[in-house]
Design a protein around this ligand. Structure first.
Ligand code: ADP
Length: 193
């Protein structure tokens, strides 16, 4: 199982990705979590990333590409994974395609026998803002939230078409109870889907 979770900030990607990863016994790889851990550890990367994250901007693609490449090469990623927060731009998606075809040989994200799916969790803006304000993470203040939503629309939302064109998109309504969303994801992603 190779799953990409897309959706605006606050859509519930992290929660659903974590649940399904535990259920399917595959790693949940969240680039947001990795970046926040680097910030806390004050690594070079963390120091570079922090100012972007605090402003609600995307961290530059090159930094993310290094992180993802290293993480995908770890042994636990060989049987599958759920990627949460990556790719988030068209260049990141192109990079990721190439990485998968290099790493996986036959298991490339395009072409025959591919098992990659990209889930989009759809949630209206007013619900997102309310959810993020109640979550209260360091980058969850009103100004940053607005910027993150704008960045999402400009840079990440085009990926929905990108994966739809490749018939890899699974679109799910995320404006429902958590358990209902989980159930729908399980239905859409398991078995012969
Ligand atoms: P959310 O989706 O709730 O905004 P994340 O935890 O996924 O939160 O990401 C938090 C921040 O980390 C983002 O606002 C961005 O600055 C940075 N980030 C995470 N993933 C990426 C990525 N793939 N490309 C660029 N920046 C990223």
């Amino acid at each position: 199982m190779q799953l990409i979770f897309m959706g605006p900030p606050g859509a519930g990607k992290g929660t659903q990705a974590q649940l399904l990863a535990a259920l399917w016994k595959i790693p949940h790889i969240s680039t947001g979590d990795i970046l926040r851990a680097c910030v806390v550890a004050k690594t070079d990367l963390g120091q570079k990333a922090q100012s972007y994250m605090d402003r609600g901007e995307l961290v530059p693609d090159e930094l993310l590409m290094d992180i993802v490449k290293e993480r995908m090469n770890q042994p636990d990623a060989s049987a599958g994974w759920i990627l949460d927060g990556f790719p988030r731009t068209v260049p990141q998606a192109a990079f990721f395609d190439k990485l998968l075809s290099d790493v996986g040989g036959g298991a490339s994200s395009s072409g025959k026998g591919c098992e990659l799916k990209a889930v989009n969790l759809d949630v209206p803006d007013n619900v997102l803002v309310a959810r993020l304000l109640s979550r209260g993470r360091q980058d969850d203040n009103e100004q940053t939230i607005r910027r993150r939503l704008q960045v999402y629309r400009e840079q990440t939302a085009p990926l929905i078409e990108f994966y739809r064109n490749r018939e890899q998109l699974v679109a799910v309504d995320g404006d429902r109870q958590m358990q209902e969303v989980t159930a729908e994801l399980q239905k859409a992603l398991s078995g012969d889907s």
